[in-house]
Design a protein around this ligand. Structure first.
Ligand code: PCA
Length: 324
């Protein structure tokens, strides 16, 4: 009797497996606004996979942190709570310094240089993700990072004591170096944090300032162009291993398209975002020489610190990048 029950259970599991192979649905948590180009690009990627597999693998995106908040997405995918997800990878530099390679101030400050740096870092990032039970699919940069404030700022001294929203270890470190008070806040909660005075300054791109309508609280954007961080889309390794070769080829093809399309969008929108900040009353300006020099100084300290923490792998990446 027990044997029969076991047999029946095994048959049921096989049947379930067969069904799953027929049609699989992957929920894809994303942290940023549905209308942001990363999220729209992710939705296009999802459709590409769904159409390309005739629905055998359906990917459904959940933007805005609706399924998992930004800070929880990586762990959710690692542990299989979600099969796929998108995350600002530098937010995990505390787990592995390599994840922060894109946020070293003034190492790569243009789209072209950021592409080179990512190419130089690619294999090491993939290895790091692999060790975290993740398979790398694609990455898309944010526009260059500048400083948002609610007053004119001529040098770092003007930033002392300011409550500063950080999104990763690098932004928190800058806050510390400038004598600001860092608080980690997701973009999804940024408008509220500014409105309630929890934060009064932050470093980000024109994209996030535009998405969060920060002109309602803030007055200045200094176009520092300090670095271009990336969102990375990754898959749980077991989920990936469960796909057949044909499905994997579709996913990889769609991922390559998404990387190229996302980069093109980021480039195209960079000036649009800054124009919108200006149209909505913000002062958009380059940093003063002093402010720039202050940030460059932090950049030097942080480059040194990063190279020390990232060891030989980190040095190899920076050397490869510099020789490109
Ligand atoms: N926007 C994201 C990360 C970098 C960016 O430009 C944010 O502020 O959370």
């Amino acid at each position: 009797m027990k044997k029969i029950a076991t047999l029946m259970a095994a048959t049921a599991i096989t049947a379930l497996g067969a069904n799953a192979a027929l049609a699989d649905k992957w929920d894809m948590p994303m942290a940023y606004a549905a209308t942001n180009y990363h999220s729209e690009n992710g939705a296009k990627f999802a459709k590409c996979v769904t159409d390309g597999t005739s629905g055998a693998l359906e990917i459904v995106t959940h933007p805005g942190g609706s399924l998992f908040g930004g800070n929880d997405i990586k762990r959710a995918v690692q542990t299989g709570q979600a099969p796929i997800g998108e995350r600002l990878i530098s937010a995990h530099a505390n787990e592995n310094p390599l994840y922060g390679v894109d946020s070293i101030p003034f190492l790569a400050t243009s789209f072209d240089d950021s592409e080179k740096l990512w190419k130089a870092a690619g294999d090491k990032i993939k290895e790091a993700l692999d060790a975290d039970n993740l398979v790398y699919l694609y990455a898309v940069p944010w526009p260059p990072q500048g400083l948002y404030t609610k007053k004119d700022v001529n040098s770092a001294a003007d930033l002392k004591g300011v409550k500063f929203r950080a999104y990763n270890a690098a932004t928190a470190r800058i806050a510390e170096l400038a004598g600001m008070v860092p608080v980690q806040i997701e973009a999804a909660e940024l408008s509220q944090a500014l409105a309630t005075g929890v934060a009064e300054s932050f470093i980000s791109s024109g994209s996030t300032g535009y998405d969060r309508k920060v002109w309602e609280q803030l007055t200045n954007f200094y176009d520092v162009q300090a670095w271009l961080p990336r969102n990375v889309v990754f898959v749980n390794k077991d989920a990936w291993n469960g796909l057949d070769d044909a499905t994997r080829a579709v996913v990889t093809g769609c991922a390559d398209t998404a990387a190229a399309d996302g980069l093109a969008k980021a480039k195209e929108l960079t000036s649009f975002y800054l124009e919108k900040l200006g149209e909505n009353g913000m002062k958009v300006a380059p940093p003063s020489d002093q402010l720039k020099a202050d940030f460059k100084g932090y950049g030097e300290i942080m480059t040194e610190e990063w190279l020390n923490s990232a060891g030989d792998a980190g040095k190899a990446v920076v050397e490869a990048y510099k020789s490109m």
